[in-house]
Design a binder for this molecule. Structure first.
Ligand SMILES: CC(C)(COP(=O)(O)OP(=O)(O)OC[C@H]1O[C@@H](n2cnc3c(N)ncnc32)[C@H](O)[C@@H]1OP(=O)(O)O)[C@@H](O)C(=O)NCCC(=O)NCCS
Length: 186
């Protein structure tokens, strides 16, 4: 298994064909998709049909960017999704800006997993992928997600309508300089 990046309790790896049941357990939950602009996944069958599209994202975003499974090291349980990828203007057009994002299965909320994995993903983005800035966009009302971005030290900018088909979104940013300052021992 190729590990994209890892933290104390978690690692990020590519999604696989045999992850359908895990993905279904996460994305069938209305609470998980409430602010994602999609309906809960209706069946395991539909989830299976969606896997090839998910795997194609590794080519779409290019080397080193993508949407990955967030797996607990202790027991191999997949607790959610972590992503580092190009922000889309719309379904067809990707921007040159890189966004970080996180989704957890409901049983795994409240344990610090999203923040911990995102910390490792920011380090991967700045140190391995050569990013100069990493964005985060969040639908208004998704306070738990904004809280993750703030715990990471991201700065809140004015709301944006540039991405995701003009939707109005919270817009948070981490620059490489700000990240380096936060991670330089004093
Ligand atoms: C957004 C989302 C990932 C946030 O999950 P979360 O569990 O609140 O965030 P974290 O994993 O960082 O956990 C933080 C919480 O765990 C607690 N925690 C417990 N044990 C911890 C530990 N060992 N270390 C750190 N925090 C810990 C923290 O105190 C914090 O609790 P609080 O919410 O009461 O302040 C989750 O709500 C989700 O998946 N939502 C649906 C998908 C979604 O909308 N994604 C964002 C799209 S923009």
């Amino acid at each position: 298994m190729e590990i994209v990046c890892q933290s104390e309790r978690l690692l990020a790896r590519r999604w696989r064909e045999d992850d359908a049941e895990t993905l279904y357990a996460i994305y069938r939950e209305p609470k998980v998709v409430e602010f994602l602009g999609v309906a809960p996944t209706p069946s395991l069958e539909v989830q299976r049909e969606r896997i090839p599209g998910l795997l194609r994202t590794y080519e779409r975003y290019g080397e080193g960017f993508g949407v990955w499974a967030m797996q607990r090291k202790e027991d191999g349980v997949v607790v959610g999704t972590i992503m580092l990828k190009h922000l889309p203007y719309d379904k067809e057009q990707l921007s040159e800006h890189i966004e970080i994002g996180w989704h957890l299965g409901v049983p795994h909320w409240g344990q610090g997993y999203a923040t911990e994995m995102a910390e490792a993903m920011l380090a991967y983005g700045f140190k391995r992928q050569g990013c100069h800035e990493i964005h985060c966009v969040v639908e208004p009302g998704n306070d738990r997600s904004v809280a993750v971005a703030k715990r990471l030290g991201m700065t809140e900018l004015e709301r944006t309508t540039k991405y995701y088909d003009g939707l109005e979104l919270h817009h948070l940013l981490m620059t490489k300089e700000a990240w380096s300052a936060l991670h330089t021992p004093t």
